[in-house]
Design a protein around this ligand. Structure first.
Ligand SMILES: Nc1ncnc2c1ncn2[C@@H]1O[C@H](COP(=O)(O)OP(=O)(O)O)[C@@H](O)[C@H]1O
Ligand SMILES: [Mg+2]
Length: 297
């Protein structure tokens, strides 16, 4: 299994949207003759990713059942015996195809809520490596890929969110082409380095900053791109070649509307770019792994 975190310490830059579309696209792929098994860990208690993938009704029911990541992390941390993760996995069922529409692929979602995330955070006995050591091996048995949607404004006290970074192999950081968004990058990079230090010292690998809502011919881009390159150089982080467009249809959509129908057909300008971003992310990952292996071996 390969785990990718989508993280930027700034809110509203498109983390959850990217996670939802990457999950949908990856779940539509085939590996070794069967559909790719995708799990999404929605570590943001606001739950916009969970709402988009499962629908608001299912999310509300799931929360009421108490099967959240905060609660699972607590049980894994405190319990001596193994904890069964299955009740914490919520499945978006494959849709029945109508007409020429492509079916919605099956995928699995894990959700959070404020109360359980907070209960995990406030207890000084809880650890930063619980999800990596105790949840990840269970997910390895069930899934090919995990996508982790992280909240903005994380600091070292957000044990659950930091746990998510530490259990990830790599991280993608969506940013908007604005001064505010770029200026927030040092905090984000600092958190990722903190997670690396608290974990195994090597992961998550930084796949790069990904420009969202971007029109390469627009004024905004032309004006800010030198500053973006300067920031990337200063922080020693890569920049994705691919960018995500500003999609009017997305801005107009509510979270719940995203879950109905095929994302592919409804968000024409955004979806193909997500595919390109996934391709670039895997190429970057392979290059980084190879260079790390060369450095350590
Ligand atoms: N490429 C895009 N084009 C248009 N709207 C977008 C785009 N990416 C995100 N949005 C919109 O911006 C808002 C914030 O996005 P979201 O993914 O929730 O950000 P985050 O998870 O980083 O807080 C949402 O209303 C979303 O629909
Ligand atoms: Mg979000």
């Amino acid at each position: 299994m390969y785990a990718i975190a989508i993280y930027n310490n700034k809110g509203g830059v498109g983390k959850s949207t990217l996670t939802v579309f990457m999950a949908d696209f990856l779940a539509s792929l085939t590996v070794r003759g069967r559909p790719m098994r995708v799990v999404v860990l929605d570590l943001d208690p606001q739950g916009s990713c969970g709402a988009a993938l499962l629908g608001q009704e299912t999310l509300t029911r799931a929360r009421a059942s108490g099967a959240t990541l905060g609660r699972l992390a607590r049980e894994l941390d405190l319990g001596r015996k193994a904890v069964d993760p299955d009740p914490f996995l919520f499945t978006r069922q494959k849709s029945v195809t109508q007409g020429r529409a492509k079916p919605v692929a099956e995928l699995t979602v894990m959700i959070s809520d404020k109360t359980s995330a907070f209960a995990f955070e406030v207890n000084p006995l809880h650890r930063l490596t619980t999800l990596r050591e105790r949840l990840r091996p269970e997910l390895e048995k069930r899934f090919d890929i995990a996508l982790l949607d992280l909240p903005g404004n994380i600091d070292p006290r957000n044990l659950l969110a930091v746990n998510g970074l530490i259990m990830s192999d790599s991280v993608i950081t969506p940013v908007e082409v604005s001064r505010f968004s770029i200026d927030a990058m040092p905090d984000t990079v600092e958190m990722i380095r903190y997670a690396r230090q608290q974990g195994d010292g090597q992961r998550p690998l930084f796949l790069g900053m990904l420009l969202n809502r971007t029109d390469k011919r627009g004024q905004q881009y032309q004006r800010n791109i030198p500053w973006i390159h300067e920031m990337a150089g200063r922080l020693e982080i890569p920049l994705f070649e691919q960018v995500l467009p500003n999609a009017q249809s997305l801005t107009a959509a509510t979270d719940d509307a995203l879950s109905t129908g095929s994302l592919r057909e409804r968000y024409g300008s955004y979806y193909p770019q997500v595919k390109a971003v996934v391709g670039e992310a895997f190429r970057r990952w392979q290059t980084l792994e190879a260079s790390q292996a060369a450095n350590t071996g």
